[in-house]
Ligand binder design. Structure first.
Ligand code: TYM
Length: 334
C-alpha cells in the first residue's frame, strides 16, 4: 500500500512497433486503473536488449513509448511513468533474485523457447533470465496488481513463486502480486493467422495493426483478415478469425462480445471487417494526434522523465535496502 491505495505495476518493451494487441490487452486498461491504484508504468528498456538493438533506434523508441503512455490518457501527475534503466535497483534486485530462481523453472518458460527459436544466433543469458528481471520490476514496488495480456501470465506465476520462496526463507518481504486481465482484448490474434497472437515481431506486417498505422492501412489490413467459410457471425473457438474481429470490435466499442454478435447478426463478413476497420481507425486517430503534439513539447516530457524517475527510485530503493539487509549484505556507513 502507498497511503490508502493498493499498488499497481506494469511495463512494456520499447522494441519494434507497438500493436493493437499491446493497446487493447494492456495500455487501455492501464488508463482506467490510475484512479483506483498507485500506479507505476515502466518503459522496460533493459528487457529490450535481450534481443540486439540499434542504440539510436532504442533510444527513440523508448521515448516514443513513454509519450504513448501519456497520449493514451495516463496522467503523469497521478501515475509514475519512467524508464527502467533510470532506476538501477531493477538490475540489482534481479541479480539477487537470480540466486533464488532455479534453472529448471526458467527452462519451462514458453516465451524463452519461442524467442530462442527466433533468435537462434543470440540465445544470451539475459534472454533466459528475463522473467527474473520482470519479477524484480514488480516486487520492487510491492505491487498488488499487474495488468497484462494473457501471454504474460506464466511470467507472473514465476514472480509469485520467487516472492513466496524469498518470504519463506527471510520472513515477509514482498507483496505477492495478482495478475489483472481485462474482460475483453486480453489476447488479440494475428489477422493473417488467428491461431497466433498479434505480435510486433511478426514477419508478416498484414497480421498486425501497428498503433501508428494510418486509416487506409488499417482498413486494408482488416479487409484482408483471414476468416472462414461458415458464413455466420458467431463468437466461438471454432471460428477464431471471426472471434478475433469480434474481440477487437467489442474492446474498442466498450461492449461485450455477445452485444457485438447481436449487432452483426445476419450481416456478412465484409460488413464486419469494414466496421472493425473503422472503429479501430477511430480509436487510434486521437492517440496518434496526441503523440505528435506531445513529442513536440520536449521540456514537458523531459520534466516528467526526471521527476518520475526520482519518485520510482525512492520506492524501489526502499525495498532493495530491506532485501539487502535480510540477506546479510553489510550495512552502509554514512
Ligand atoms: P510486451 O512489451 O511484449 O507487451 C506489453 C503488454 O502488451 C500485452 N500484449 C498483448 N495483449 C493482448 N493481445 C496481444 N496480442 C498482446 N501482445 C502483447 C502483453 O501481455 C503486455 O501486458 N515482459 C513484458 C514486459 C514487462 C512487464 C514487467 C509487464 C517487463 N516487466 C512487469 C508487467 C510487469 C513484455 O514483454 O510485454
Amino acid at each position: 500500500m502507498i497511503g490508502d491505495k493498493k499498488v499497481l505495476f506494469s511495463g512494456m518493451q520499447a522494441t519494434g512497433n507497438l500493436t493493437l494487441g499491446n493497446y487493447l490487452g494492456a495500455l487501455k486498461n492501464w488508463v482506467s486503473l490510475t484512479d483506483e491504484y498507485e500506479c507505476f508504468y515502466c518503459v522496460v528498456d533493459e528487457h529490450s536488449i535481450t534481443v540486439r538493438q540499434d542504440p539510436a533506434t532504442l533510444r527513440k523508441r523508448a521515448r516514443a513509448l513513454l509519450i504513448l503512455y501519456i497520449a493514451a490518457g495516463i496522467d503523469p501527475e497521478k501515475a509514475c511513468l519512467y524508464y527502467q534503466s533510470h532506476v538501477s535497483a531493477h538490475a540489482e534486485l534481479a541479480w539477487i533474485l537470480d540466486c533464488y530462481t532455479y534453472m529448471g523453472e526458467m527452462n519451462r518458460m514458453t516465451q524463452f523457447k519461442d524467442k530462442s527459436a527466433k533468435h537462434a544466433d543470440n540465445i544470451n543469458v539475459g534472454l533466459f533470465a528475463y522473467p527474473v528481471l520482470m519479477a524484480a520490476d514488480i516486487l520492487l514496488y510491492q505491487a498488488d496488481v499487474v495488468p497484462v495480456g494473457i501471454d504474460q501470465l506464466q511470467h507472473l506465476e514465476i514472480t509469485r513463486d520467487i516472492a513466496e520462496r524469498f518470504n519463506n526463507i527471510y520472513g515477509q518481504t514482498f507483496t505477492i502480486p495478482e495478475a489483472y486481465i481485462g474482460k475483453v482484448g486480453a489476447k488479440i490474434m494475428s489477422l493473417q493467422d488467428p491461431a497466433k497472437k498479434m505480435s510486433k515481431s511478426d514477419e508478416n506486417p498484414n497480421g498486425s495493426i501497428y498503433l501508428m498505422d494510418d486509416r487506409d492501412t488499417i482498413i486494408r489490413k482488416f479487409r484482408r483478415a483471414v476468416t472462414d467459410s461458415e458464413a455466420c457471425i458467431a463468437y466461438r473457438d471454432e471460428q477464431p478469425g471471426i472471434k478475433n474481429l469480434l474481440d477487437i470490435y467489442s474492446a474498442c466499442a466498450g461492449k461485450t462480445p455477445e452485444e457485438a454478435v447481436q449487432e452483426f447478426s445476419g450481416r456478412g463478413y465484409g460488413e464486419l471487417k469494414a466496421a472493425v476497420g473503422e472503429i479501430v481507425a477511430d480509436t487510434l486517430d486521437p492517440l496518434q494526434k496526441r503523440c505528435a503534439e506531445l513529442s513536440a513539447d520536449k521540456a514537458y516530457i523531459d520534466s516528467i522523465i526526471k521527476n518520475n524517475a526520482e519518485k520510482a527510485e525512492w520506492y524501489a530503493n526502499k525495498t532493495l535496502r530491506k532485501v539487502q539487509k535480510k540477506i546479510g549484505f553489510p550495512e552502509r556507513i554514512r
